[in-house]
Design a protein around this ligand. Structure first.
Ligand SMILES: O=C(O)CCC(=O)C(=O)O
Ligand SMILES: [Mn+2]
Length: 203
């Protein structure tokens, strides 16, 4: 592992372009693409219900419940390949994770809008480890209120690892924009630690 540290104003990123070898990344990509129960979540955005522009799957310890965009997610259990990746990451970066959100971007029209992973369940300064497989996509970060700061961009390729930590979620938003360029399908796994469980919202 060769983690490069990128210190942002009010945030910190660690990045390894080749965390997994090409062969390992190929294997995980085909296993995960086929084995997960991919769902298209319905998100509540500004009071409107909209299908997420991507497929997702949430896995983790049974008590790692997570709420985002009005959605209460009950985790599916760890599968062997997910647990393998989690154990390897925990050993490498000495952080404990109890859940992982998988996103499947089927083509360039699948995307994720500007957001911070700042839900209360993730605690004050969450460390989020993001592993990418498949087609390379642009990952952009912008500061929430220091408009003079230029956006920061990464090309997240097959087998790359990007870690956001410190105050990054408090002060920065990130996104995966749509692209008209032809791109291969991409999987992204964000390993997280849920520290606080909230009651499920009333219907
Ligand atoms: O697909 C990515 O690289 C980002 C995913 C993400 O930001 C999230 O799951 O919260
Ligand atoms: Mn995110």
């Amino acid at each position: 592992m060769n983690l490069e540290s990128i210190v942002l104003p009010d945030g910190e990123i660690l990045y390894d372009l080749h965390y997994l070898s090409e062969t390992e990344a190929d294997t995980y990509l085909s296993i995960l693409q086929n084995d997960m129960q991919w769902e298209q979540h319905q998100l509540t955005i500004f009071g409107r219900q909209l299908p997420a522009p991507r497929l997702s799957a949430w896995h983790g310890d049974p008590d790692a419940r997570y709420t985002y965009s009005g959605l209460a997610l009950e985790p599916h259990p760890w599968t062997a390949p997910l647990r393998q990746l989690k154990n390897r990451l925990e050993k490498n970066i000495q952080i404990h994770f109890n859940s992982v959100l998988l996103n499947h971007y089927r083509d360039g029209q699948d995307s994720m809008g500007w957001h911070s992973d700042d839900e209360r369940e993730l605690g004050e300064q969450p460390t989020i480890a993001s592993l990418s497989l498949g087609g390379t996509r642009r990952f952009l970060l912008k500061h929430k209120y220091r408009k003079e700061l230029a956006p920061v961009e990464f090309a997240l390729g097959h087998g790359s690892l990007l870690i956001m930590r410190g105050q990054t979620q408090m002060h920065w938003q990130h996104q995966i924009p749509k692209t008209k360029r032809p791109v291969d399908a991409r999987l992204n796994l964000t390993f997280r630690r849920i520290v606080k469980q909230r009651a499920l919202p009333c219907p």
